[in-house]
Write a new protein. Structure first.
Length: 290
């Protein structure tokens, strides 16, 4: 099993004036500790589960570009981009740029978007859910076309691109891997089977059923289920001195038994960095063979 660090909160003790230096130090520590992914949310306001909207929130791809320069090995991903936030052609260019400048470490994490408050607040059109999924599918198609080098016009219901040129091309081959976030059984998991290399689910009692649904969609799409990587969101609480490390290892083992091979999530008080070092020395080696 591989682990990923998500950084969902930027309201840190040092404040905005120290945020750049503190974030760089956290990213380097996670990179050195052996985290396979470093992730940020793609939100513009803080989300309710993490704090009030007014808390500090950095724009995702600017942040990942900064982290690319601060690290050397971890994959860089949003968990996950709202498809309606950026035009698909621009999004493909953004992820391509991140991939080139990071030496081939970019992933595209994407979903249909859900946060109406921040969309309305910033003037981003927020269509009904059915249209958001239509736009998600067209975005996936456009990104894949641009990464394939096909410059022929794209004509969709919501997007039209006369010449989807993408130069330079991404370094990742055949393209930056796509992780689709969300557990919707009718559309989201079907899109995973049709377009993606990975899914990300949230923990809950229905995880096994979600994977069964994904397997069924893979069968319908002619896709090998085992080729899709399964990620689950996970809170890494090893304690301030590592006293809960064994408990974390046990819980990750349960996810591995279900079929998950990636766990990405937040670390409490991540700016202190000691929990990252504990995870690197105790947890990552213990779960590497799961």
């Amino acid at each position: 099993m591989q682990l990923g660090l998500q950084i969902p909160d930027f309201t840190w003790p040092g404040g905005p004036s120290r945020l750049g230096a503190d974030l760089a130090a956290v990213a380097r520590t996670a990179d050195d500790a052996g985290f396979e992914f470093i992730s940020v949310m793609d939100h513009f306001f803080q989300i309710p589960v993490a704090g009030p909207a007014e808390h500090e929130m950095l724009e995702a791809y600017t942040t990942l570009g900064y982290l690319a320069a601060c690290t050397s090995r971890a994959k860089l991903i949003t968990l996950v981009t709202g498809a309606i936030y950026r035009h698909p052609g621009v999004l493909a260019k953004i992820v391509t740029t991140l991939d080139v400048l990071s030496g081939g470490r970019a992933w595209l994490g994407i979903g249909a978007a859900w946060n109406e408050e921040e969309s309305r607040g910033l003037g981003i059109p927020f269509p009904p859910v059915a249209e958001r999924f239509e736009r998600l599918e067209e975005t996936l198609q456009i990104c894949l076309q641009m990464w394939s080098g096909d410059e022929s016009p794209y004509r969709g219901t919501h997007y039209e691109l006369d010449r989807p040129l993408n130069s330079p091309q991404a370094l990742s081959r055949p393209h930056p891997p796509i992780m689709i976030g969300g557990g919707g059984e009718r559309k989201t998991l079907r899109f995973v089977a049709r377009y993606a290399q990975a899914c990300n689910l949230f923990p809950g009692p229905d995880l096994a059923r979600k994977l069964d649904v994904l397997r069924a969609h893979c069968d319908a799409e002619g896709r090998v289920y085992e080729d899709i990587r399964k990620s689950c969101y996970f809170i890494f609480d090893v304690g301030s001195k590592g006293e809960k490390a064994n408990e974390v290892i046990d819980n990750l083992g349960k996810l591995a038994e279900l079929g998950f091979d990636i766990a990405i999530g937040a670390v409490a008080n991540v700016w202190e960095r000691t929990p990252l070092e504990v995870i690197g020395s105790q947890v990552i080696p213990a779960v590497a063979a799961l």
